[in-house]
Design a protein around this ligand. Structure first.
Ligand SMILES: C[S@@+](CC[C@H](N)C(=O)[O-])C[C@H]1O[C@@H](n2cnc3c(N)ncnc32)[C@H](O)[C@@H]1O
Length: 250
């Protein structure tokens, strides 16, 4: 948290400096009541996270994303991209990735620069920056928030053999939630689906230490999953989709 909160405060200072240089009004200070409320929520989240560990819902998390060098490299990617993000923010440019090359190939809603990010969800660079951006936005609490989805899973898995279950993560992004899941249930077969080829590539790298992990590119909107239906049908759908793609390519 200290690492990402540090990024957050540095980011704010850099933005203030740029505004000053450009002769713009400084942005309004956040309302202290909202800051207090957010900090209280963060404290409650961390207490809950610790309680979940202490009561054995999930093991002590291994959140670190690699060596110090890897972390520094991710910070470099993050800070180097900030001027482009800032330019986009000033122009309120949210649809740069919707252009002649991409239009019609992916749903229009998808072709956005969410949070003014460079490359939207479409590039490898965006996938490599994504987790730093998210952690900075949430001051290092993103994984703790993701883990709050684990207690209901623990409840559902109680008394069952994890090897005979299957978990599907729709919109798995860079695979951080699946990592949280696998830390708790390493033998559980998991399937992550995401529409971004770049994010799925990143997720495959990030999750390579886990077995029984399948990551596929696909559109979650097209999957007709009913309650209690299972990933066998999803895999059948994905197989058909890639078969259709291959025959279309031929
Ligand atoms: C805000 S990110 C969240 C990623 C991940 N769940 C996490 O915890 O970091 C949303 C993800 O949903 C994916 N996504 C959005 N629409 C999708 C769709 N129709 N089908 C599959 N994935 C989609 C995006 O590519 C992106 O990776």
């Amino acid at each position: 948290m200290a690492w990402y909160a540090g990024h957050f405060y540095l980011l704010r200072r850099l933005a203030a400096q740029v505004r000053k240089q450009e002769g713009e009004q400084p942005t309004a200070q956040p309302d202290p009541r909202i800051t207090r409320r957010l900090n209280a929520d963060i404290a409650a989240l961390l207490e809950q996270d610790l309680a979940n560990v202490e009561t054995g819902v999930y093991p002590l998390p291994a959140d670190h994303d690699g060596s110090l060098l890897t972390m520094l490299d991710r910070s470099r990617l993050f800070f180097r991209d900030l001027p482009s993000v800032e330019k986009r923010r000033r122009r309120n440019a949210t649809h740069e990735v919707l252009n002649a090359n991409t239009r019609g190939k992916l749903p229009n809603y998808y072709l956005q620069n969410f949070h003014f990010q460079s490359g939207g969800w479409l590039t490898d660079e965006s996938a490599d920056r994504y987790d730093t951006q998210v952690e900075v936005l949430f001051k290092g609490t993103a994984n703790a928030m993701r883990r709050q989805a684990l207690p209901p899973l623990a409840q559902a898995f109680t008394g069952r053999d994890q090897r005979k279950l299957q978990l599907v993560d729709l919109g798995c992004g860079t695979g951080r939630f699946l990592d949280c899941v696998k830390q708790g249930w390493p033998r559980l077969p998991v399937l992550g689906l995401d529409l971004s080829e770049a994010y799925v590539r990143h997720a495959r790298r990030h999750l390579k230490r886990w077995s029984r992990t399948t990551l596929v590119v696909g559109n979650a909107e097209g999957i007709a999953l009913r309650d209690s239906s299972c990933a066998t049908r999803l895999q059948a759908y994905l197989c058909c989709t890639s078969c259709r793609r291959r025959s279309a390519a031929r």
